[in-house]
Design a protein around this ligand. Structure first.
Ligand code: SF4
Length: 380
């Protein structure tokens, strides 16, 4: 079968299985990315979640030795919930970013790419491929940009003309020489809304992210959250959407094309207090299918504690006190102490002082001191 005909068949099939956009590019090295990676590493701007050496991240042939092309896919996700959680009076809720709504996209996109792989295998004898979705060595964004899925915005997201930046990306390196598609023209122009809106200055320049300052990354860390970001977190439990929400290319964009990505309101905006005492089993049952659970419950609980501190929710103090005194995880004990101080209930400082008498962990004691320091702040 001629490659153009084969390409048409693949595009048709991809649409049938719910791939919203597909593009093709040669499996040439991503040479311009190498210099960018070196710069990011020199400036210590990487998150640490990246996989592979610089060569593995930029040379498709290291993954499929006879690689000829890469098929890039995009699957759209919604930006608005159809229903909101029903709030009881005084209830405080946290927030998961949109990319964590519904079923974990890694699972959904891997399934689609595996289906596509089987389809091509049946048409092409000797077909070889390697699939990647987010956690692979190649940059999904670099592939998508070159394969004509969208342009790379100043906010570092791929922006498609059809679905804005609300798309999940994945790719398949293949040994078939498909003709390449044409990249989408850059569409940011003079706009700088995402850079202006970033609360931590993580977008250090157009298209340049210091991942270590990015709230989306910070929500996924497991240690104490550095002091300077605690207020900026607000009620965010996982990820962060501001640089997408302010983007004019996303104005009015809200596609509900896949049931799998429909958010369950009570799960993507969960009540904060019950999260503090959730068991491992309950956590897995409630949140285990969501992308936002991949780091386990500790970062989400730490963020929930900070969200309660942000709201200065006095009704949380009993539960926070229990955590401060009895939780085996120093990050949770210490963050709870900080939160009790920040909430500033009448008995906050007595509770921290009492717990401090039996605390032996230096890092937790330091957090207790921070909690106690709020007393002076509120007095003045
Ligand atoms: Fe580009 Fe403006 Fe969107 Fe940022 S907000 S990605 S500058 S269009």
């Amino acid at each position: 079968m001629a490659n153009e005909q084969l390409k048409e068949k693949i595009i048709d099939y991809a649409h049938q299985i719910g791939i919203d956009k597909i593009g093709f590019t040669a499996a040439d090295p991503f040479s311009e990315m190498k210099a960018r990676l070196k710069m990011q590493q020199a400036d210590n701007y990487q998150s640490g979640f990246e996989k592979g050496s610089n060569a593995e991240r930029t040379e498709p042939k290291l993954h499929v030795s006879d690689a000829e092309s890469i098929i890039a896919i995009a699957v759209a996700y919604p930006s608005r919930m159809k229903a909101r959680p029903v709030n009881k009076k005084g209830e405080r809720r946290g927030n998961f970013c949109r990319a964590s709504w519904g079923m974990d996209y890694h699972t959904v996109l891997n399934d689609k790419l595996n289906q596509l792989n089987r389809f091509i295998e049946n048409l092409v004898p000797g077909f070889r491929s390697r699939i990647m979705v987010d956690t692979g060595e190649l940059s999904d964004r670099a592939v998508a940009e070159r394969a004509g899925i969208g342009f790379s915005g100043k906010n570092c997201a791929i922006i498609t003309p059809e679905f804005g930046s609300y798309v999940y990306l994945g790719e398949m390196i293949t040994n078939v020489p498909f003709t390449s598609d044409v990249p989408v023209d850059d569409g940011c122009g003079d706009c700088t809304k995402c850079l202006d809106a970033c609360p931590t200055g993580a977008l250090v320049a157009p298209g340049r992210l210091n991942a270590k300052n990015c709230i989306a990354f910070l929500t996924q860390t497991k240690d104490f959250l550095p002091d300077e970001y605690r207020d900026k977190l607000g009620n965010q439990l996982y990820g962060f959407d501001t640089c997408q929400l302010v983007c004019p290319k996303n104005k009015g964009v809200d596609f509900h094309l896949h049931d799998a990505f429909e958010p369950e309101p009570d799960k993507v905006k969960p009540e904060l207090l019950p999260l503090l005492s959730i068991s491992n089993r309950e956590f897995k049952e409630t949140f285990g299918h969501m992308a936002g659970s991949w780091r386990g419950k500790k970062p989400l609980q730490r963020n929930a504690i900070l969200a309660l501190a942000h709201y200065r929710e006095e009704r949380a103090v009993e539960e926070l006190d229990r955590l401060m005194r009895t939780d085996p995880r120093p990050v949770i004990r210490g963050t709870a102490a900080f939160a009790i101080g920040k909430i500033g209930r009448r008995d906050s400082y007595r509770l921290i002082q009492q717990a401090r008498l039996s605390e032996t962990d230096e890092a937790v004691i330091a957090e207790m001191e921070k909690g106690l320091a709020f007393e002076l702040v509120y007095q003045n």
